[in-house]
Design a protein around this ligand. Structure first.
Ligand code: NAG
Ligand code: NAG
Ligand code: NAG
Length: 433
């Protein structure tokens, strides 16, 4: 720069008073000169020093470096260009000397950084410095598989830091190469909060395969990613941990709308409901209404943004009404529909009666059958206790016939039983039709 000023002085002394056009030309030349100086400095642009990568939380690293002490810091345009190489490529510029990054860490983490000088003509860059975080030990077959998690708003609390409590439920499969004595442990991180699972469900070999947090620090309105980390231990092998990031809106199960009510007035259904238990205010919801009837099934589906609906009905059908909700896009990236509310019935012929008939009829039939089987048994007993006694006969011929008749008492029993069974069957048939 000094050199330039010196030349500027020289220029001024020689030509200033003479020709303005020449001055303009020379100003152009000056710019070229400056560019030359910059290109000279390209070779002096030095990479940062002491570049380190440190895990500072679940699925979270801190990249830190120091400015090169030999770098002249005269340029306000000096920035750092960070490049993430693994597990997923990413790059960005920053003016600070550290940067936080959220990423699964079970495959390790690698990044590079260099100094760059942004000018309006082109960018000059130093060489790269790189650092890495090694993958944790263990073969990948020992890690858990198919991890899925869902969140749900459970209660409204007046005492807690957050007005609404969010639960978390995760399930996974045991790694295919995990020894039988493997035990897994789940942790989650949301923002600065990290918690270990306290309520596990186990498989037949007593290995944890699901976890339930009745309440968490997760904010369902938050945009941060939820990090889930599952590590494990075994006497026979190193168990490789597993990290997965979840976007809260994608895994949030919206509750069904509350207090659904139906009223029939002038051949219309007046349906109303309240927003689901949720941290989001009422205007954040879309609703879907399902009206089914006994005549033509679930013919009516309505997409609504209000919490009221009026539907014309006929006189003969029974209607069942269900509503479900989803958070809409101005409030949050729209997720999937929540669960349907419990059906509410309305109309002429009450559905519970239909169900009632379905229970009563088979019960009655069973009862009748039972009575007849009882009668049957009693008859059986009767024939055993009192074998049929022949009526007294006067002549010898007749007696002979009777004694023959008496001998096979078994046959007689069978005949009686058969008779009762036939009667029973007929009666049952009659009672059914
Ligand atoms: C680099 O790290 C070393 C050791 O921690 C430290 O002494 C040195 O001052 C650091 N360099 C810079 C430029 O901060
Ligand atoms: C687990 O995930 C794999 C790959 O994503 C899939 O092929 C498999 O069907 C899943 N297993 C179960 C039981 O869901
Ligand atoms: C699992 O991870 C947690 C959190 O990082 C750590 O405190 C714990 O010691 C780890 N357990 C095993 C068995 O590696």
């Amino acid at each position: 720069m000094l050199r330039i000023h010196g030349m500027e002085g020289l220029i001024h002394r020689q030509y200033f008073a003479t020709m303005v056009p020449v001055l303009l030309i020379l100003m152009g030349a000056l710019a070229t000169l400056q560019a030359d100086v910059l290109s000279h400095q390209k070779f002096l642009l030095l990479p940062p020093v002491n570049f380190t990568i440190k895990a500072i939380g679940l699925a979270q690293v801190l990249l830190h470096w120091d400015p090169n002490p030999h770098q002249e810091q005269r340029h306000a345009d000096l920035v750092y260009h960070v490049k993430i190489n693994a597990p997923q490529e990413d790059e960005y510029d920053t003016k600070t000397t550290e940067s936080k990054h959220v990423s699964p860490l079970h495959e390790g983490f690698a990044a590079s950084v260099r100094t760059i000088l942004k000018s309006n003509r082109s960018d000059w860059a130093s060489s790269w410095v790189s650092a890495e975080l090694k993958a944790p030990p263990g073969s990948s077959g020992t890690s858990v598989m198919n991890l899925t998690c869902t969140t749900n708003t459970v209660t409204r609390s007046h005492t807690h830091l957050r007005p609404y409590q969010v639960s978390l439920h995760c399930t996974w499969l045991v790694g295919k190469d995990a020894p039988e004595d493997t035990q897994y442990f789940l942790y989650y991180r949301f923002g600065v909060w990290t918690e270990e699972c306290q309520e596990y469900s186990r498989d037949a070999l007593n290995r944890n395969t699901a976890c339930w947090f009745p309440r968490t620090f997760i904010n369902s309105k938050g945009f941060e990613q939820l990090a889930v980390h599952i590590n494990g231990s075994s006497k026979h092998a190193a168990i490789k941990p597993f990290d997965q990031l979840f976007t809260p809106h994608a895994i949030d199960q919206v509750n069904p709308p509350m207090n659904v009510s139906v009223e029939i007035k002038n051949n219309s259904l007046y349906i109303q409901w309240e927003k689901p238990l949720s941290a989001f205010p009422g205007h954040c919801f879309n609703y879907e209404l399902k009206i089914c009837n006994t005549k033509n099934g679930c013919a009516q589906m309505e997409k609504l943004i209000t919490n009221k609906f009026i539907s014309k009905i006929d006189d003969v059908s029974t209607y069942s009404i269900q509503v479900r909700a989803a958070v809409s896009s101005p409030c949050r990236m729209s997720g999937s529909w929540g669960k349907w509310s419990q059906p509410i019935y309305a109309g002429k012929e009450r559905k519970p009666w239909v169900e009632w008939h379905l229970i009563v009829l088979p019960t009655a039939v069973c009862f009748v059958l039972l009575i007849f089987s009882l009668i049957c048994r009693v008859c059986h007993l009767w024939t055993r206790l009192f074998p049929p006694v022949p009526a007294p006969k006067s002549n010898i011929e007749d007696l002979l016939v009777v004694s023959e008749y008496e001998k096979p008492s078994n046959e007689t029993k069978i005949e009686v039983v058969q008779c009762v069974e036939e009667v029973g069957f007929e009666v049952t048939e009659n009672s059914m039709f």
